[in-house]
Design a protein around this ligand. Structure first.
Ligand SMILES: Nc1ncnc2c1ncn2[C@@H]1O[C@H](COP(=O)(O)OP(=O)(O)OP(=O)(O)O)[C@@H](O)[C@H]1O
Ligand SMILES: [Mg+2]
Length: 221
């Protein structure tokens, strides 16, 4: 599903050069669920952003379903990202001026689809995460766990095959974190979604099929 070949990432500014990733080789099968762990600054978010086609590596190849993505133009890349990949972030990234259901509909705006169909899919996604009673609320009227559930609904509304979650439970207490984990495990089990999750929580990571550990930009296990 996703194959990283010898991925390197160097961030360059006028004065400093930071090596964020060095020689990463990972193959992820369709339907796998795995965790990425390691100390702060070791390159976890950088790795996820490269997998999610949000950022380009400085070296190496990213292959999605066997196709090298560096040959794709920006438009094709954006389309691939929009259709195949759903993102969940630690700080939710919701739009405060939009209601819950409008936030969830956002990824569908770029598709040719009637407003009615969009609404239907958004409500379905919200039901999936147990938020059917909060569709007309605004994000700042929700708890942290509820906000993250909205973000998950938005990530899954377009039925992406790949879900990338960067510390999805990082801002939540352990009870809410466990709830979010249950939803992710369900998406993997029932929808066969391929899920890559960054976490600092060993207990959550152990519930996934595989743990990738990074240290200082390199894979250590
Ligand atoms: N835009 C950037 N410009 C320069 N350096 C960057 C940039 N983004 C990240 N880095 C550097 O790359 C390294 C990896 O950063 P990254 O955000 O991937 O770490 P992380 O493992 O996700 O850490 P955390 O657990 O704190 O989220 C860090 O040393 C960081 O300083
Ligand atoms: Mg990070």
């Amino acid at each position: 599903m996703i194959c990283l070949e010898n991925i390197a990432k160097v961030y360059r500014t006028d004065k400093i050069e930071t090596t964020a990733l060095r020689g990463i080789n990972i193959e992820i099968e369709k339907g796998e669920m795995l965790s990425v762990m390691g100390p702060s600054g070791c390159g976890k978010s950088t790795l996820l952003n490269i997998m999610g086609l949000l950022d380009k590596p400085s070296g190496g190849n990213v292959l999605i379903e066997g196709k090298k993505v560096d040959q794709f133009g920006d438009i094709r890349l954006a389309a691939l990202r929009n259709r195949k990949i759903g993102f969940i972030f630690q700080s939710f990234h919701l739009i405060n001026d939009l209601s819950v259901v409008d936030n969830v509909e956002l990824p569908l705006i770029y598709r040719l689809m009637s407003g009615q169909k969009r609404r239907h899919l958004a409500l379905e996604a919200l039901e999936r995460v147990g938020l059917s009673t909060r569709t007309k609320h605004f994000p700042n009227q929700l708890s942290g766990g509820q906000r993250q559930r909205v973000a998950i609904a938005r990530a899954i509304v377009g039925r992406p095959e790949i879900i990338l979650a960067d510390e999805p439970t990082g801002n939540l207490d352990s009870l809410m974190g466990a709830e979010i984990m249950e939803i992710l495990l369900g998406l993997n089990r029932d929808d066969k979604a391929t899920i890559i999750m960054v976490t600092h929580d060993e207990h959550l990571a152990k519930q996934t099929q595989r743990i990738i550990r990074l240290f200082d930009g390199a894979q250590v296990s």
